[in-house]
Write a protein that binds this ligand. Structure first.
Ligand code: IFM
Length: 416
């Protein structure tokens, strides 16, 4: 055994993943496609955001080129989202051209032998749905269910994995708790309402998909974080333990029996000091995050945390996919270490009985990072936003080797 000074993991040099493991990258429609004019985000960006998404990466027109890149990087899976605001731009009006477009997108993945993870909701809403109160109103869930059923019928035979909702807790908090995102509410009760409605939306979506395609595989993509408290205050110990459970696994608890796999989006490590266990300081934490992201090297680099969240999923006895994991690193200085470190810890979880079946790096290309605009650079592939030219970053080549060999070689520096 040897230990890596960079990742903190004791391990052998080479870690092999099981045959058939899925390797790829993830994105979402609004962040890469461009001109998502029928969505609530588009109309908010016109007034409230740092920057507007505009043509973004123009992935809407360049998806073939992007999938060629993914293929050339040896990826065999890709996560994207179908934009509800395009498919149903007005209540009850389905846009045939947009349906055709996404059929082409999915065919394009299939023709390259790339398996698809399709998210049905990744933060954006059709404007008309947002104006009706969005996910804050339980009576609106029927609209989402109807959209999901349509997607299952139209795209069913082309999709490998369905992701019903993306990061429901993150969304409820950002849009309704701290009000960074539209509709910019700062109301804790609304945030909880939205969160619980998203659980219900997920259950309805799951049932709708299964109703159309009984053999479909569907699940949520949940943000999970490593949460620690190193103090001795027994109340805090209890509080932080409950918070960790709520944050990471309440969605699974509430939707037991309604998922075929668990999608894990892992980025963060929260160290909750005595003072930080309050709404006010959590706000500060979010601001801090924003600052780090703005500087272009963000997120908290704590690869062991991925192992910590994965290992607690054992009791669900379901396949697990890492549906997002990445870092804003414009200069590509730490992405390689980030990937190798996280995969090494993921491998350890695998060895301890977690049925981990895939890893999707966030993101294939740089993209529109919501309220932070285009500054944070999460892509394996860099986008020159002036010319829209794509350039593969060096770390993408390292990841491509992992995808090709099904093996991670740790950046081991020192013997233990
Ligand atoms: O860009 C986001 C994505 O939309 C949801 N998960 C986190 C990513 C990076 O912040």
């Amino acid at each position: 055994m040897i230990a890596s000074s960079k990742t903190g993991l004791k391990s052998n040099l080479s870690k092999r993943f099981p045959q058939g493991f899925l390797w790829g990258s993830a994105s979402s429609a609004h962040q890469v496609e461009g001109n998502n004019v029928g969505s609530d985000w588009w109309s908010w960006e016109e007034g409230g955001c740092l920057e507007s998404s505009g043509v973004a990466c123009d992935h809407y027109h360049r998806f073939e080129e992007d999938f060629d890149l993914a293929k050339s990087l040896n990826q065999n899976a890709h996560r994207l989202s179908i934009e509800w605001a395009r498919i149903e731009p007005e209540e009850g009006r389905w846009d045939g051209e947009e349906i055709k477009h996404y059929r082409q997108v999915l065919d394009s993945l299939r023709s390259r032998g790339i398996k698809s993870f399709v998210s049905l909701w990744h933060f954006t809403l059709p404007l008309w749905f947002a104006q009706k109160g969005g996910f804050e109103k339980a009576s609106n869930l029927k609209y989402f269910e109807r959209f999901v059923r349509l997607c299952a019928r139209e795209f069913g035979e082309k999709v490998n994995f369905w992701i019903t909702v993306n990061e429901p807790l993150g969304y409820a908090w950002s849009a309704y708790g701290v009000g960074f995102w539209p509709p910019q509410k700062k109301h804790l009760a609304s945030a909880f309402r939205v969160y619980f409605n998203l659980v219900r939306a997920h259950r309805k979506a799951y049932r709708a998909i299964k109703g159309v395609i009984p053999r479909a595989e569907a699940g949520p993509a949940l943000n999970m974080a490593a949460i620690h408290y190193h103090g001795k205050n027994p109340l805090m110990v209890l509080g932080v333990r409950s918070f960790e459970r709520f944050f990471n696994r309440s969605f699974l608890f509430l939707s037991r029996g309604f998922f075929d796999f668990i999608g894990v989006n892992y980025y963060f490590h929260h160290d909750l000091s005595l003072n930080s266990f309050s709404l006010e300081v959590n706000k500060k934490l979010a601001e801090q995050m924003m600052l780090m992201e703005k500087k272009g090297h963000g997120s908290f680099f704590y690869p062991r945390g991925l192992y910590e969240v994965l290992i607690k999923l054992k009791k669900y006895r379901k396949p697990v996919y890492i549906t997002e994991n990445g870092i804003a690193d414009a200069k590509d200085k730490i992405r390689e270490k980030f990937i190798v470190g996280h995969l090494s810890w993921a491998h350890k979880a695998l060895g301890e009985g977690i049925d981990l079946r895939g890893y999707l790096h966030w993101s294939l290309t740089d993209n529109f990072e919501w309220a932070f605009g285009f500054k944070p650079r999460f892509g394996l592939v860099e986008i020159d936003y002036k010319t829209l030219k794509r350039r593969v970053r060096p770390s993408a080549q390292v990841y491509a080797q992992v995808c090709k060999t099904n093996t991670v070689v740790s950046d081991v520096q020192k013997p233990a």
